[in-house]
Design a binder for this molecule. Structure first.
Ligand SMILES: *Cc1c(COP(=O)(O)O)cnc(C)c1O
Length: 362
């Protein structure tokens, strides 16, 4: 049985409720025991739904899919060291956010939702808008007032409606949060079904390495959709007896906006208010990630750490990737900058990282 569980009181809710928040206003997680039948998995199409029994959707008829996932895992030499890079820039909407969106919007369809709201002018907005179009669900995307038209072009192309909100990024989030009272909040931060899509990154990496876990994962972290997803996914594989350890999660932030890095290195279990400045890695420039406690807990439990990269390192990584034929967006280059830093500290480890977003987006 799939249940929703309050992250604070541990109270359970049925997953057929249109619910994305607990009664006390706390975050929800999902309680569910996934199954992995390796023979069955191998017999299926190469997309992320091959792990069907590990994804908490009740009925196949509700699945909204365009054959997404099972992206190539390729070996690339970075500074003389071989690293596995997952090509998640190749998803249909241009980033790994499609992993979360295919599962979340399948759940929205299963619930009979007529309309979703979401707040993001970036890749999460694009992915939700795309899957909303595929499921014939109305979609309202809330963005800060000054968001450029170019950034909104992809979202509008899927037929979603844009709401421009004056004020800060937090004001936009609040407007979407309030609108979600009358519809369903397809938030990549609040809605726990999103993370049960991003977790398929872990399953695919494990299968592509012959059902073994790597030693380390170098991942981006802003709101933590991939960090949390990977921790959930690898923990499920561990509990199912498929792997014997969870990889260390090396989470990369931009030096100009690194609340998690600072909290972690000060031994805190939650973030403090910090000074931030502009960064070209816009996708991870999140000053107050709502799942901050969870992210800090998971990175610690994986025996991992946080790294920061500066603007120059991000720019260098972007050029480096272009020179080897991979066109990625600056946020994605921040991860590669972190990876290059991590390589210098690591010995004889199997390392997996990714291209998180396509360069043509920018
Ligand atoms: C969303 C995103 C990230 C960071 O993800 P968080 O959920 O904020 O941690 C990194 N790269 C790209 C391209 C993204 O779209």
């Amino acid at each position: 049985m799939v249940k929703l569980v309050c992250s604070e009181t541990k109270e359970f809710f049925n997953s057929d409720e249109h619910r994305w928040i607990s009664n006390t206003g706390a975050l929800l997680d999902i309680s569910f025991i996934p199954k992995f039948d390796i023979k069955k998995i191998h017999s299926r199409s190469k997309n992320l739904w091959r792990y069907r029994e590990a994804i908490p959707i009740e009925h196949n008829k509700n699945i909204i899919s365009v054959d997404e996932g099972f992206t190539p895992l390729i070996k690339i030499k970075f500074d003389k060291k071989d690293v596995w890079i997952k090509q998640d820039q190749l998803f249909s909407s241009g980033s790994y956010k499609d992993r979360g969106a295919t599962v979340l919007m399948s759940k929205a369809k299963e619930l009979g939702v007529k309309k979703v709201v979401q707040d993001s002018s970036g890749n999460a907005g694009c992915a939700i808008a795309m899957y909303a179009a595929l499921s014939n669900i109305e979609c309202d995307i809330y963005v800060p007032f000054e968001t450029g038209e170019k950034k909104l072009a992809q979202i509008t192309s899927y037929g979603a409606k844009i709401h421009k909100i004056p004020g800060t990024r937090e004001d936009t989030a609040e407007a979407a949060f309030n609108a979600a009272n009358k519809s369903y909040y397809a938030s990549h931060c609040w809605n726990p079904f999103f993370f049960h899509g991003t977790k398929t990154f872990a399953y695919e990496v494990c299968e592509q390495l012959n059902w073994k876990a790597p030693d380390a994962l170098v991942l981006p972290v802003g709101n933590g959709t991939l960090v949390i997803g990977c921790y959930i996914g690898f923990t499920e594989l561990l509990n199912a007896g498929i792997i014997s350890k969870i990889p260390k999660i090396i989470a990369v932030q931009s030096e100009n906006c690194a609340p998690l890095f600072h909290a972690f290195n000060n031994g805190l279990n939650d973030i403090q208010s910090i000074k931030t400045s502009k960064t070209i890695a816009e996708g991870i420039a999140i000053a107050k990630p709502i799942r901050s406690k969870q992210i800090l807990e998971y990175v610690k439990a994986s025996k991992g750490e946080f790294l920061t990269v500066n603007e120059n390192e991000i720019f260098e990584a972007l050029k480096f990737c272009g020179n080897i034929g991979h066109y990625i967006e600056p946020t994605s280059a921040a991860v590669i900058a972190g990876l290059r830093k991590y390589i210098t500290m690591s010995e004889n480890e199997v390392i997996v990282s990714l291209f998180s977003g396509h360069g043509l987006k920018h």
